[in-house]
Design a binder for this molecule. Sequence first.
Ligand code: CDP
Length: 778
Amino acid sequence: MPPAQPGPSKPKATMANGTTPKAKPKTRVANFFSDDDEADHERAAAAGAAPANGVVRKKRRLNDKHGKGKARSEELERIAAELLVKRYELPFYQGRRDILSQILDNDTVVIIGETGCGKSTQLGQLLRRHALALEHYGPRGPSVAITQPRRLPTISLATRVAAEMGVAVGGEVGYAVRFEDATSRDTRVRFMTEGVLMRELANDGPQAKKDKGKANGEAKDDTAADDPLNLLLRYDVVIIDEAHERTLNTDFLLGSMKKIQRLRKARAGEGVKPLKIVIMSATLDPVKFTSFFSGAPALHVPGRMFDVATSHTAKPVDDFVEAAADAALMVHTRKPSPVGEMLVFMPGSDEIENLVSLLKRRGNDLAPDATQLQVLPLYASLPATAQSKIFAPVPGNTRRVVVATNIAETSLTIPGVGFVIDSGYKKEKEFIYRASGAIEHLRKMEISQASAWQRTGRAGREMPGECLRLYTEAAFRKMPEFDTPEIQRCNLANAVLQLIAMRQDPFAFEYIDPPSRDSIAAAFRTLAGLGAISSPTDITPLGRQMLHYPLDPEHARILVAAFELGCAAELIDILALVVSGPVFHDRGDTRETAAAARAKFIHRDGDHLTAMNVLRAYLSLRSGDNDDGDDDDRPKAGKGGIGAWCRDNHVNGKTLAAAARVRAQLRMLAERHGADASSSCAGDFSLVGRALLQGLFMNTAVIQADGSYRQTVGSLTVKIHPSSVLAGRKVPAIVYDELAITSAIYARNVSAFDQDLLVTVPWFQKAGAAQPVSRKTV
Ligand code: CDP
């Protein structure tokens, strides 16, 4: 398993059983290639120069007719030609004939390739351009869906591929992520998050269509009307990318796609188009996929790989942030000339930010004439602009140190890395079952051996490298061989609701690795409690209504309650914030000033309405009509604009911008489904508490004599997190978004509510216990 063997890149196909796949009709594919390849060579040769080749000239003439579009189109062409030079070097591009020919000949193909070999960027456009376009799909070519586990890579891949194809995003190439859709009728290469495809399956099924009315401009799956499952006829090829991540959605999609492929095949006689499936994976555990899709060939696309010298610590380290800083500076002083950038793996954003400041501080002590350090953080919730810095050229006389989560393990390739420092930890969502109730939380945990080798391999992509592991060899040997797939450790409520909406039995579903029956049963209990299902096979009208909104079932239930109670304006704002991240910065060094700045937004009922106050101040500022000199009470952006306002108030501008987008989407969806998004509680905030309770009744607790809170469903004792505006206050009952486990069990994002409202929740009515915990006077 350790990385080795530099060498050329030719994909090699093997079947799951180790035999070689059936002979390929090479001539057919080769013919399709010839013209395009010539044009490609021409464009590559002309890259960067004034457009002089035939392809570009022809385009130019065409565009003259469109006047204004001409310059833009030429610019896109020029960039595409430049990028082509880079595409040529990618092992995936070099192996395209074999890859396409395998896809042409098989219903399902598994492609296994080193990160950075070109899987994600190349396949969609190659499918459009070559064999498949001519073979089966007529002049418009095949429609291709490519799923990604995460939002940012989805957007950045679509942007990159559009650039490589010389088109604008949203045309032939587009993307769809939760709360954002940059696709059109013309889109034929559609990058999307796995969650979006899951929702298409659940929302666009035949039953859903009946009550849906107007579709959103997409082709309809009319032939699917009698099928229990939406057949996704709008796609000819579905590519499940980054399948090795084995997210909850990856696993549900793989099972669903396998079934859809079978159903479509069975109806080929009726003219139903076949579905091709391509699974793309890093080199982690490909056997899982080839055996799940028995008969599918596995294509190996080798990347260039140099030797990596790997070392372990002699003793366990106490503080891996300190140890990583020491190791980074040790490497830097030992090999000061900037051969090879450095990549450090840390579990989460907190540790990353700590290490980044530590390294920056210690980097200041380097002699002025020594090679300097440029330290960059990298984690999923970082804004795209900050993430893109890792692709920018490294300044002169500088070594780059990228401090990243496991996002840099397989989903992003950082250029020029020669050294890797591995903390041996990651952060992962974990769902804990207890007799007293379930808790989902983010936990720091050790990585698997497979991850350790992936991290090591990042050092040997472009040069012989070195990997320093901040753990002992014995610790390495004790690590699990592979990661546990998310389906075996997460809350399944959302996925189970979607399966039921597709009329699939969650117990009988074809899983790669089945979840425990307990976790499916827990999902049923949650969904029944929310009123979303009436039995393990039946979704209720309320459940269907909840699926109109791309939210977790708990949050969707709150929204539907808000429509009924007439406080949608407030709850849409609150939910938009809940899904977008923390509103306030909570850094140790500025905690006091932050608290002072926060004071003006505080709502006495708690964090939800406080956050809403911030969002509303931000929106009124953004609408631009408040810097007019009037002496009104609306906030002023001041000279520095919104950025400065966010800084001065210690609020997170990125969260607020995201929340504003989500808010707009939720309002639009509400309107589409005939709900009144602007109804307001008009100052009666008990309505807001009541709506919150309808979804989060499982997350409620009442005060005890000692000032701690005891859960109403379940029996954990929880404390209010110090970051809450309710911290230090005693309120009779609280409702919270989540629990965080550190030295104690803390409730985060907390609001107070009137305990009498518990009777309004059907769960407690059914349980025959209007007040499940006796009321205490405080
Ligand atoms: O999917 P895989 O990891 O095999 O590779 P890829 O994502 O297709 O990346 C191929 C190349 O394109 C790499 O060298 C990346 O650095 C580059 N790339 C990029 O510059 N910008 C992106 N948004 C995605 C990829």
